[in-house]
Design a protein around this ligand. Structure first.
Ligand SMILES: C[S@@+](CC[C@H](N)C(=O)[O-])C[C@H]1O[C@@H](n2cnc3c(N)ncnc32)[C@H](O)[C@@H]1O
Length: 393
């Protein structure tokens, strides 16, 4: 029945006759509601329904499109098109070493989603510079394809999520499908690469000067360590320690750092936010991880014990306002969804003393640091994706 409404609504929308469309939708809808409500009459606003169905179908379409983006990325199809101007499907296929018939259908999906331009007169396909910046340039701060690995892992782990809703139990970070770790690392790495050294660190009070002179830095919950490596590259006089409870991520971080040739200036250890080694840190960083922890206040308290007296905590958290009604956007939706199956699930697996979630907002985060003994807390800067907060004793 629902499918019936959606089909009719969509079909009617393609016609010129809006009045007929509305009538058709209203009739279908009322019948449907009575059925769904077990016979109780209900009324639906046909225009609102139409808007919402259009929205839901567009989201569904985006989900299908995400699979195409991932395939295009893995096969180098976007890169084959970047900067090449108009190409036939055969030329795209040849450049990427793929079968033309599949590539042609894939290109149709790209054109339908406005991810590729189509020139009917020459039957050619073109990736514009803007599309290439998002789809083909791995160094761009808005390179999107790797991010689709995260929802792919979430789908793969759907049964686990369903089970947690029923039982209230958690899922540790390390128990998810492997695509999660690379997806998260790659997604955040590009944002860090664009902003961390150029904008975020300079927004902290006096930190750049210390790092340039020679500082001791701890990167807590460092994952694959991209943030650690970026800071180590920029500040050769400073020493960096990355800590994370996920042994697989620490192994990956060590491999990445070894490739960069830092020697013993950069080290990675499997350790939690409440038992890592060392004290006297001039800078302690939490990149998109405090809200994942089962007891963030204990983590902040441990930071208060291990930081130098005039040291700084840099807390990077997903952008969020303090109230649910102010977190209504595509970015908030993405974060709330990931938070449901990943962040909350991990925090609960660690005991769930305080389950902040990925949309905690500045006020709740400030409260964590106030309870841990910090006396100064401020928003240093922000991006559409992140809050960059500074805490000091
Ligand atoms: C969303 S990932 C972010 C990783 C990395 N900071 C980045 O920005 O790419 C969260 C990380 O926090 C780590 N983590 C969660 N709870 C932790 C804890 N109690 N102590 C240390 N690390 C923790 C997870 O293992 C995971 O690598």
């Amino acid at each position: 029945m629902t499918t019936d409404i959606e089909t009719k609504s969509t079909n009617e929308n393609t016609t010129e006759n809006t009045t007929e469309s509305t009538t058709e939708n209203t009739t279908e809808t009322t019948t449907d509601t009575q059925t769904v409500n077990g016979g109780e009459p209900g009324t639906l606003d046909a225009a609102k329904l139409d808007t919402f169905v259009t929205r839901a179908i567009s989201d569904l379409s985006a989900g299908y499109g995400g699979v195409m983006v991932s395939i295009g990325n893995r096969l180098g199809l976007y890169k084959a098109m970047a900067g090449a101007g108009p190409l036939t499907s055969g030329e795209v296929a040849a450049r990427a070493g793929c079968a033309e018939r599949y590539v042609r259908e894939w290109l149709g999906a790209q054109v339908a989603g406005a991810y590729v331009d189509y020139h009917a007169i020459s039957d050619t396909y073109e990736l514009t510079p803007e599309q290439a910046f998002v789809l083909a340039n791995e160094d761009s701060p808005v390179f999107i394809p790797n991010a689709w690995a995260v929802p792919a892992s979430m789908w793969f782990d759907e049964d686990k999520a369903v089970e947690t809703f029923r039982t209230g139990k958690g899922v540790p970070w390390g128990d998810h499908d492997g695509r999660l770790y690379c997806g998260v690392a790659a997604f955040y790495r590009n944002a860090y690469r664009g902003s961390l050294v150029a904008e975020w660190l300079p927004a902290l009070d006096g930190v750049i000067e210390k790092l340039a002179h020679g500082a001791l830095v701890a990167d807590i919950g460092c994952g694959h360590g991209h943030s650690t490596v970026l800071m180590a590259e920029a500040f050769p006089n400073s020493r960096f320690s990355g800590f994370d409870t996920h042994a697989g991520s620490i192994r990956e971080a060590r491999t990445i750092a070894r490739g960069a040739g830092f020697g013993d200036r950069v080290r990675f250890e499997a350790a939690s936010a409440t038992d890592y080694s060392g004290t006297g840190y001039d800078l302690i960083c939490f990149f998109d991880c405090l809200h994942d922890m089962g007891d963030p206040t204990a983590a902040a308290r441990y930071a208060a014990q291990t930081i130098a007296p005039d040291g700084t905590v840099m807390l990077v958290e997903p952008f969020a306002n303090d109230r649910v009604e102010d977190n209504v956007s595509p970015v908030a939706r993405l974060y709330y969804a990931a938070s449901t199956t990943l962040c909350c699930a991990h925090a609960i697996s660690e005991g769930g003393h305080t389950v902040l979630g990925a949309q905690a907002g500045e006020a709740r985060l400030a409260d964590v640091f106030r309870k841990a003994g910090f006396t100064r807390f401020r928003r240093a800067t922000e991006t559409p994706f992140n809050l960059i907060l500074e805490a000091r004793l």
